[in-house]
Design a binder for this molecule. Structure first.
Ligand SMILES: [Zn+2]
Ligand SMILES: [Zn+2]
Length: 348
């Protein structure tokens, strides 16, 4: 089979790999959809080893990219029972694997394992190929109403937004500012609205602001046209927003998220990379601010996110604006790198 390998410096290639066969406790998933996530742009753009730069470890050897895998079980290895996985079963993959035994792994947070982790698509073979081999315990069940493309989105970008909104404990009492309307920010807008919050979406791109309005944002802000902190204060009687989330990783946006929060407000950082400087006294201590960080979600959280979307009939499919064949990977990532669209997904 052929899989997408990120070479860095905005180059990728479709490289030949042997078809995987499952070992003990493993399954092979036949891919139906494999999403493109903002963090794929790190290995795509990187000059060096992006996985190491993100603190994810790995040998730096070539791996198949893609960490939003969704498909059907194609083969099961020795020791995998019928109740673990059946051939033909529709599944998402929690795209991390750890020791499987520590306190983090046992509750589904394998990415927090201290014994070394595999991040599929970054340090282990991911979903940008027709087949993917994973431990059966990485599989996450999918509600019937969730399509493979939606399942792929939930497997990182949308699930990450859900996890961050939970960390922020967002409710209908909140005005929520979402900085950045890429695939994670747009999901935060859509899910935050479904959780009852009044959502104000911030993005420099008109196309993404328009999508944000479609996804339920009450108001949108172009931070290049107006000062977002002043605008958000004005919309909240001078108080600031109860909750803010940064999905950009951009230092200016992070500072704006912190400054736009009200006294006793909550802020969550999701966008990765960079360093950011705050005035701790003025921006945080004087406001009794709570700042949290959120790294994706647990395997259990991923299932919960899918159920939330299915039960509330949230039209997540609208997020998926671009569909590609794997052979179009070069053009697909070039578009993702330069354009401000919704979300792209490879379909099989
Ligand atoms: Zn562990
Ligand atoms: Zn991701």
């Amino acid at each position: 089979m052929r899989g997408v390998v990120f070479l860095g410096e905005r180059q990728l290639e479709l490289r030949e790999f042997p078809d995987p066969t499952p070992g003990p406790g493993e399954v092979v998933v036949a891919m139906k959809a494999s999403g493109m996530c903002g963090s794929d742009l790190h290995p795509y753009r990187a000059a060096g080893n992006a996985a190491q730069a993100l603190g994810l470890g790995g040998s730096g050897g070539p791996v198949i990219g893609g960490h939003e895998p969704c498909g059907v079980v194609a083969a099961v290895g020795p020791g995998v029972s019928e109740s673990d996985a059946k051939v033909g079963q529709r599944v998402m993959v929690h795209h991390y694997w750890g020791c499987g035994q520590c306190k983090h792994c046992r509750v589904g947070w394998s990415q927090l394992c201290k014994k070394g982790i595999v991040v599929y698509g970054m340090t282990g073979h991911g979903g940008h190929a027709p087949f993917m081999k994973v431990p059966v315990r990485t599989l996450v069940p999918m509600p019937e109403q969730i399509s493979f493309e939606e399942g792929a989105a939930i497997s990182c970008g949308t699930g990450t937004a859900y996890g961050a909104l939970k960390r922020l404990d967002v409710s209908g009492r909140d005005t929520l500012a979402v900085f950045g309307q890429g695939p994670v920010g747009l999901s935060a807008t859509q899910l935050g609205t479904a959780m009852g919050a009044r959502v104000i979406a911030v993005d420099i791109a008109a196309e993404r602001r328009n999508l944000a309005k479609e996804f339920g944002a009450e108001t949108v802000i172009d931070p290049r046209a107006v000062d977002p902190v002043a605008a958000l204060r004005e919309m909240t009687h001078g108080e600031g927003v109860e909750a803010a989330i940064d999905c950009t990783g951009n230092p200016e946006a992070r500072v704006a998220a912190v400054r736009s929060a009200c006294t006793w407000g909550r802020v969550c950082f999701v966008g990765e990379g960079n360093t950011t400087t705050f005035d701790i006294s003025q921006d945080m201590i004087r406001k009794q601010l709570t700042i949290v960080a959120s790294w994706t979600f647990s395997a259990v959280g991923q299932e919960e996110c899918a159920r939330f979307i299915a039960e509330r009939r949230i039209p997540l499919s609208k997020l998926l604006t671009h569909r590609f064949k794997l052979e179009e990977a070069t053009a697909a990532y070039r578009l993702f790198d330069t354009q401000t669209t919704g979300k792209g997904v490879f379909v099989f």
